[in-house]
Ligand binder design. Structure first.
Ligand SMILES: [Cu+2]
Length: 186
């Protein structure tokens, strides 16, 4: 009885090992390349909108009749990968564009840019005289103390909506032509 029992046990062990091996092989064969690394898919499905935090969103108060304003904020990327803001929209303006300022032979000029990059574990500062979100063709007054909803769309299509506090913003002292440019050029 004893030898038979031992033989049976050994048989079970062998078949278990074999089954285990077969399962592993099957698993390997069936697994697509991307599930071979468990961490990768989790990273890939993390939305840009969840990874990028918006700090202190605000917008420039403008007198009635002014056609344009601008919004500013700090974008903080908490992820290990770069993210990008591709566009923005707001019910307060007919057109919303991503802009930056460039110094063109001593004259500060605004121009539209295709995207705002937020490096991995880094930040992008949108501030007067630099990167900003241009609100063109205001649909309502931009009154101090009120707020303007602003939706950012990232490279993966995910979105974040923030309320930009409307504040009085004086142009930087060294802005030169910029103060006029902000109001007149767009
Ligand atoms: Cu602008």
């Amino acid at each position: 009885m004893q030898p038979l029992f031992r033989a049976t046990l050994l048989g079970i062990l062998i078949s278990l090992t074999a089954a285990c091996q077969a399962e592993t092989d099957a698993g390997k064969a069936a697994a697509p390349a991307d599930s071979a690394q468990p961490a990768a898919p989790a990273e890939a499905v993390a939305k840009a909108a969840d990874a990028v935090k918006v700090e202190n969103p605000y917008a420039r108060a403008v007198p009635p009749g002014q056609p344009n304003s601008a919004s500013f904020m700090t974008l903080v990327n908490t992820a290990d990968v770069d993210h990008r803001v591709m566009s923005a929209s707001s019910p307060v303006a007919a057109t919303v564009e991503l802009h930056t300022h460039t110094n063109n032979n001593g004259v500060m000029e605004m121009r539209q840019i295709p995207q705002i990059d937020i490096p991995a574990k880094g930040r992008a500062e949108l501030k007067p005289g630099g990167l900003h979100i241009m609100l063109i063709g205001l649909q309502q007054e931009m009154k101090i103390g009120e707020s303007a909803p602003l939706t950012l769309t990232f490279e993966d299509g995910s979105t974040t909506t923030v309320d930009a506090t409307i504040q009085e913003i004086t142009p930087p002292a060294d802005a030169g032509h910029m103060g006029g440019g902000m109001g007149m050029k767009h």
